[in-house]
Design a protein around this ligand. Structure first.
Ligand SMILES: Nc1ncnc2c1ncn2[C@@H]1O[C@H](COP(=O)(O)OP(=O)(O)O)[C@@H](O)[C@H]1O
Ligand SMILES: [Mg+2]
Length: 509
């Protein structure tokens, strides 16, 4: 067989496997990144092949590789070519890995060959998948564990190849001396029991993709042709979705418009373990932000919203609700976009009745710097980006570490993290000590929602008593995963975070 026709599209592979099985052939599937072809991989593939007649290999696309900075080393076309050049491999296909192993379900091989890389990780990361939810992910395919020869690509890469920038390398070395992967998994798993209530502005994010056609005959503008559009539940909605992957009980309190409420869409886009309490304003719609994208470039944005504070009777309803429920929760998380929901009286009620509260005040075009963190006194945890911190202290050019300390003192916060976009983040703890975390991703698709993902993962970690350097590490890993997602298309999932952290912390035993 020539190398060329080994590589198939998913649909072709599905029908190929179907007809091979009809002929009575036993089809075995192996699934992974295959960033390095090393002895462990070869042993795994040989043993997999021995379990049947035909070996197919599904290779994870670049966009779904979650192994930390600089990964994959080789782009997908090279990884596919490497695998297809191996004698024991019969067919190769490039696949999405958004829901892990969903391709196994659609390909329906007789056997799924699970390699050492999964074996050592699945207890921590994929336990539910391989045990409790086997049927859902693998259908009727038998799982076969290939043996003995333990080599991890990530371990080889981290130890022998120079893939990290110096700052990241030094950081990871020090960090992995302090924290092991198992300890982090345990801590993240213990967040399941944390009861979280999220109070904030929900936003519908729309992306309208269009193509320039030409100049209008009547005015000096370029006229575009509509191609398609996507709608996502953003703001407090996506924050609730991020947290619902970590914590079992999540309550969302938000404001919708009586007209254009889009409540069905919102509810359909929330994870099933999120309870909701919506309030309605009759003087404006549910906040919607519509962006027009032309050749991958945002060219225009229009916001549908009424920015003024909700009226007194709506405010009172919110306060009464919070007074009666807030004490049931371990963490109150405030996602304040300054779109009229969270009034000063509501802030006071939150402060009076919450055990721990964490807050993020967003600066955006609609609030023009009026939505300041200084509205909040004595917060337990604050997470802001650099501009928000500079606005809060009215210091535009000073040293960011000094400014972060100053703001932490001004607010009397127990913990404050400043996210610095591609420069990572800095944290200030209650003893006014600073820790810096470098950025973990060099691959950026869209930074919208990166700060929200950071906050959503960092706040529960902080509330659970993790030290600020660990909180920053987890937040930065969530931020790195979020910049690989278009807008707020989907939340960052816990298994993605764990895969990412596991790969980054792999060093010589
Ligand atoms: N350009 C980027 N490259 C890599 N990581 C980024 C980038 N922008 C954001 N991040 C990650 O997301 C986190 C939050 O992003 P940031 O831009 O600071 O917040 P916000 O979205 O609120 O403005 C950062 O701390 C970092 O981990
Ligand atoms: Mg932000």
């Amino acid at each position: 067989m020539t190398k060329h026709n080994k590589v198939l599209f998913l649909n072709d592979l599905i029908s190929k496997v179907g007809s091979l099985r009809k002929e009575g052939k036993i089809v075995v599937q192996s699934h992974g990144i295959f960033d390095l072809i090393h002895p462990g991989i070869i042993k795994h593939l040989n043993e997999a092949k021995e379990q049947g007649d035909i070996l197919i290999v599904t290779v994870i696309k670049d966009k779904d590789v979650r192994r930390g900075p600089g990964r994959p080393i080789f782009p997908e076309n090279f990884r596919v070519e490497n695998v297809s050049s191996l004698e024991q491999v019969d067919y190769v296909c490039l696949v999405d890995d958004e829901i892990p192993f969903s391709c196994v379900k659609s390909i329906k091989p007789d056997v799924f060959a699970k390699g050492q890389a999964y074996k050592e990780r699945d207890i921590k990361i994929h336990d539910k998948i391989f045990e409790e939810e086997k049927e859902f992910y693998f259908g009727k395919s038998k799982i076969y564990e290939t043996g003995g020869f333990s080599f991890s690509s990530s371990q080889i890469i981290n130890n022998f190849l120079d893939i990290y920038p110096n700052e990241t390398k030094n950081f990871l070395k020090k960090f992995s001396d302090k924290y092991g992967f198992d300890e982090i998994v345990e801590k993240l798993n213990s967040l399941k029991k944390l009861k979280v209530i999220i109070i904030g502005d929900g936003i519908i994010d729309e992306y309208h993709y269009c193509e320039p056609m030409g100049k209008s005959a009547k005015s000096p503008i370029i006229v575009n042709k509509y191609l398609n559009h996507e709608v996502f539940a953003g703001g407090a909605f996506i924050i609730a979705n991020h947290i619902a992957g970590l914590c079992d009980k999540v309550q969302l309190v938000s404001l919708l418009g009586k007209e254009e409420s889009r409540e069905d869409f919102i509810v359909n886009n929330l994870k099933p373990n999120i309870g909701t309490k919506f309030f309605y304003r009759d003087d404006g719609p549910t906040v919607c932000k519509k962006r027009y994208i032309n050749l991958n470039q945002k060219v225009f944005e229009i916001n549908y919203l009424n920015n003024v504070y909700i009226n007194g009777s709506c405010e009172l309803d919110v306060i009464n609700y919070l007074k009666s429920t807030i004490s049931e929760y371990d963490l109150v998380l405030i996602s304040d976009f300054g779109h009229g929901f969270i009034t000063n009286n509501i802030i006071n009620a939150i402060k009076d009745f919450s055990k721990i509260f964490a807050v993020n005040t967003q600066t955006n075009a609609a609030n023009a710097g009026f939505n300041m963190i200084t509205k909040y006194n004595n917060p337990n945890f604050v997470c802001l980006d650099e501009i928000e911190v500079r606005l809060g202290t009215q210091d535009r050019f000073g040293d960011i570490e000094d400014i972060a300390k100053k703001l932490s003192n001004m607010l009397n916060a127990d913990g404050l993290i400043v996210t610095l976009g591609k420069k990572g983040s800095i944290g200030v703890n209650s003893a006014n000590e600073i820790n810096r975390t470098p950025v973990f991703s060099t691959k950026v698709i869209d930074t919208v929602g990166a700060g929200d993902a950071f906050f959503a993962f960092a706040a529960p970690c902080f509330a659970h008593g993790m030290p600020l350097n660990l909180v920053s590490f987890i937040g930065n890993a969530a931020g790195a995963l979020a910049v690989q997602i278009v807008g707020n298309k989907k939340p960052v999932e816990k298994y993605e975070l764990l895969e990412f952290i596991n790969a980054m912390l792999k060093h010589s035993p």
